[in-house]
Design a protein around this ligand. Sequence first.
Ligand SMILES: NC(=O)c1ccc[n+]([C@@H]2O[C@H](COP(=O)([O-])OP(=O)(O)OC[C@H]3O[C@@H](n4cnc5c(N)ncnc54)[C@H](OP(=O)(O)O)[C@@H]3O)[C@@H](O)[C@H]2O)c1
Length: 354
Amino acid sequence: MAILNDNLAPMRIHPLSVIVLLVAWSVGAAGSAAGAAGGDSTMRAALVSAGKIQIGDVARPVAGPGQVLVNIRYAGVNPGDWKAAGGSAEAPAMPGASAAVNVPVIPGVDGAGVIAAVGQGVTGYRIGDAVILWSQARGTYAQYVAVPAATITLKPARLSFAEAAGVAHASLAAWNLLIDQARLRSGQTLLVLGGAGGVGSAAVQIATNRGAHVIATASARNADYLKALGASTVIDYSAQHFEDQLRNIDIALDTVDVDIAYRALAVVRRGGYLVSSVGLPLAAQCAAREVVCSGRTQTGTPIRLVLKQVADWSQAGIFRVNIDQTFELTEVLKAWQYSQAGHTRGKSVIRIND
Ligand SMILES: NC(=O)c1ccc[n+]([C@@H]2O[C@H](COP(=O)([O-])OP(=O)(O)OC[C@H]3O[C@@H](n4cnc5c(N)ncnc54)[C@H](OP(=O)(O)O)[C@@H]3O)[C@@H](O)[C@H]2O)c1
């Protein structure tokens, strides 16, 4: 079973190790880094290579068969973006960014924008459609990205482009873990460890909309936020140990770290699930407790169906995306430092064109 390469060792990006270089601000104003002609053939993008971030002009992608080209309005910020930018042995996820190759790559796995071109064989979408998108090949910290039509959905009118940009990656992870792996059912009790972040906020709402009873951990300042999203109980992790209070939980979802996953084994009932976006206890320890431990996989519900469900819930007003911070494309380093601090409430986004 393929594991998505987001679950990587944290990398501290030291401010001095990163250069933000403004190469050419307007599209086509200078020769492209990729050697393409100016005008419509180039775009502005964030480029990561050898531990440096640059803003530059590169060749604009084209929509291949089955793909759409999207003019990005906002890109989502995800911890996997800065983890992958490390390019270390533990963090080889960013395609082309390995130390051996050093080819500049564009970060970003999700966003929202407007379709600028439709590739061969794509049905159901037109130029001008506003969409939410997930890009497994990355590339959303840019004015344009080409993605499979199977990994987009129409943006609900009720969500702004900024809010829509925060939907895909976190929701897909939460859905995979809760619905595809743990088979969450109405009436079950779910414990979300790290409820206030991107994955946690999505998980609380997916579970609430599926009829589950949700308990979440967070700092005290996020208690009201999580109750508004549907959590019935919020445990302040700085004041209380959840394992002193809880037992017989059907499903625990860990979004914080693997130490917390070990602690969570004590509260899940026999036959229950421990799912995690950040690592799991040793299989022998899960087996000893008769708990099914499972990480994020690429199998399960088709991406377009998950995105459509979350978009429908958003339009109905029962799925919200809280935008914590909005950064400019020139502020990628600042955005990643904020994310690394580990206290994003909901999502942060990068403004590309708005
Ligand atoms: N494998 C995959 O496909 C995949 C996909 C998505 C995410 N991930 C991983 O999953 C993790 C979470 O992602 P994310 O986007 O949700 O991150 P995030 O938005 O940056 O999470 C920040 C949240 O973590 C909470 N938090 C920090 N320490 C906590 C603690 N000790 N107990 C409870 N909550 C705590 C914070 O709440 P307070 O401010 O209240 O402290 C904050 O709201 C990351 O490591 C990411 O790389 C993996």
